[in-house]
Design a protein around this ligand. Structure first.
Ligand SMILES: CCCCCC/C=C/C(=O)SCCNC(=O)CCNC(=O)[C@H](O)C(C)(C)COP(=O)(O)OP(=O)(O)OC[C@H]1O[C@@H](n2cnc3c(N)ncnc32)[C@H](O)[C@@H]1OP(=O)(O)O
Length: 328
């Protein structure tokens, strides 16, 4: 309005029709300036635009991530911005290996995100890895009741952890910034979208570790990629490149690592502006009929793993890693 008034003087064009909403709003604003002198309109316009540019230049308006970080997490950085809650695994020196504390904190963060006012939720990793999976030193923390008790409590933790992903009500997106191993791969079948850097790899070396599949992957992987390809991953531990994982349907889209963060977050910010209730309800329609089955599969996989953790095959594999004799 001020620009039109400064250049053309008081409003002098016919009023646009009632359905021409944008031009009508512009016309109303211009007309409201009445017979304001052109020079005053020019000065007001300059003042307004200068004010806009100085406020957008001021970096003090943008809170640094440290200030936006939600308190109470030691193994994660959790932030909420642009209707997106981002849960970032934050043990980069340990390749984001998942400790008992991290499993518990991810469950807490998911429960909070399911109730906050964000539209979508993202899980990602800090540093060069997405996650190297279960922290194998979890197995060294044996309680006085013995190893059976440890296997039992681990199976309960695993089951609760995977249940949180099965039940998560909003769109859940994995931003796989680098290699992913073990449980960080298997739960991807419970996400709605998986974006991967072309540096990411997908590795489920359960037989090498004397273990068996979890995260409902014994059901979701054959469904996603067919039984033959799923067996190569889950039984023989074949490591997939991001391109292979995308071709087999586990990954939604692969991006060059150099532009990964920029491209993915631009896309996610656009998605987060979609009507949140419609997205939640669409997810329910897509996922709900499978929920009961997934809970039963999770319970069964956890029960089988509880036994595996007590096997010599598993004990030897974990000892070999912890004594630096073996790596994947
Ligand atoms: C409640 C329990 C639920 C359990 C659910 C069942 C889950 C199953 C799985 O997730 S199976 C997968 C388990 N993961 C692994 O076997 C990976 C083991 N790690 C490796 O083989 C390698 O570290 C690597 C290939 C991931 C990376 O190799 P490299 O690039 O050479 O780095 P480093 O080995 O030097 O790693 C740096 C630092 O991190 C420690 N670390 C990495 N991953 C793990 C891990 N999974 N558990 C424990 N520690 C890990 C590594 O030891 C190094 O530590 P250091 O600097 O030496 O102190």
């Amino acid at each position: 309005a001020l620009f039109s008034h400064a250049t053309e003087g008081p409003c002098n064009t016919p009023k646009p029709g009632v359905f021409d909403l944008i031009n009508k709003a512009k016309w109303d604003a211009w007309n409201a300036l009445g017979s304001l002198p052109k020079e005053t309109a020019r000065q007001n316009y300059v003042d307004l635009v200068s004010g806009l540019s100085s406020s957008s230049d001021s970096s003090s308006q943008v809170k640094p991530e440290a200030d936006r970080k939600q308190p109470g997490y030691e193994t994660l950085v959790v932030t909420s911005e642009d209707s997106i809650t981002k849960i970032m695994m934050n043990r980069p020196a340990k390749k984001n290996a998942m400790t008992t504390q991290m499993y518990n904190e991810i469950m807490l963060a998911l429960k909070a995100a399911s109730k906050d006012d964000s539209a979508i939720t993202v899980l990602t990793g800090n540093g060069d890895y997405y996650s190297s999976g279960n922290d194998l030193s979890n197995f060294t923390d044996i309680p006085p009741e013995g190893i059976e008790e440890k296997a039992k409590s681990s199976a309960i933790l695993l089951r609760d952890f995977v249940d949180c992903f099965i039940d998560f009500p909003k769109p859940l997106i994995a931003v796989v910034n680098g290699p992913a191993v073990g449980i960080s791969v298997t739960i991807l079948g419970l996400f709605d979208t998986v974006y991967a850097s072309n540096r990411a790899t997908f590795h489920t070396p359960f037989s090498h570790l004397g273990q068996s599949p979890e995260g409902c992957s014994s059901y979701t992987f054959p469904k996603i990629m067919g039984p033959a390809k799923a067996a190569e991953m889950l039984i023989f531990g074949k490591k997939l490149t991001a391109a292979e994982a995308c071709a087999q349907g586990l990954v939604t889209e692969v991006f060059p690592d150099s532009t990964f963060q920029k491209e993915v977050w631009t896309r996610l910010k656009a998605y987060s502006k979609l009507p949140p209730n419609a997205m939640r309800i669409s997810k329910q329609v897509i996922r709900n009929r499978e929920k009961e089955k997934l809970h039963a599969i999770n319970a069964e996989e956890s029960r089988v793993l509880q036994e595996r953790w007590l096997s010599d095959e598993c004990t030897n594999a974990v000892m070999n890693f912890l004594t630096r004799k073996a790596k994947l």
